[in-house]
Design a protein around this ligand. Sequence first.
Ligand code: 13P
Ligand code: SF4
Length: 317
Amino acid sequence: MTMAPSPPPTPDLVQEIARLKRGLNAVILAHYYQEPDIQDIADVIGDSLALAQAAARTEADVIVFCGVHFMAETAAILNPGRLVVVPDLAAGCSLADGCPAEEFERFIRARPGHAVVSYINCSAGVKALSDVICTSSNAVKIVRSIPEGQPIIFAPDQHLGRYVMKQTGREMVLWPGFCSVHVLFSARQIVRLKAEHPGALVLAHPECEEPVLQLADHVASTSGLLAFTKASPARAFIVATEPGIIHQMKKASPGKAFIPAPPDHGCACNECPHMRLNTLEKVRDCLRDRSPAVSVPEGLRARARAPLDRMLELSRA
Ligand code: 13P
Ligand code: SF4
């Protein structure tokens, strides 16, 4: 399903955002799944790891996080002294919502002695129960850092978990969560697209189900998929992840073709409904109002920070 082209933003709106941003000494961080017009005004565009790293090193007074709630919450955990605002507080994530901290705590207590590795797509409460956080770009490396023989719980994405088990050869206990967007990519439709576009390579995010990953020529995080399209001599790619990333793929490789992988139904449900709640107008409003803000109570923040710091440290090496 192709994204409906949005009308170009008015220069007034873009200028107003730039003026408000200067006045507040704010930085705008945006995920690759944001609307192209938001990506185009961001100071940093990246995957979840790059955005967490940018949040950890920023010297801005205000962070405008254009993504979903867990990403802004991560920025707040890393920046107790800074204001973190979001365009739309309702922008959540099915993975984070599908793993409530109280249930996860019971899940862990029932499995004593396990190291707990949590995908960054989770709440501060789940992070606080974890030993180390990972993203899709460093999950294999983080799991490999756990000593051999140590049993592991991996949460909340079972598909990323299974992919990491295959890559590392490590058995893990998986929380049965999934991304409601990525599970809709259809192996059947990808096979059809491959027949229509011979020579096109299939790219897939590891949140996709196994049959889709098996069809993929390259499996990686959003930034990994983008890097692959730049380096590859192929001229066409079938993209099995949220199609927001195609904006940067086209910018980086204008001569190449990018075909969004459709779900089984003729819907636009390969677009993340949470990510797409954010608009340029809401970016302006949250800068103007310094609201809605995302914050984490101090005790919880400190407990959630330790496993995040561990991830950032391991990602430096
Ligand atoms: P990345 O870390 O690859 O950007 O993925 C984030 C995400 O939410 C995927 O659905
Ligand atoms: Fe969450 Fe899936 Fe949206 Fe990513 S695409 S933010 S995992 S719901």
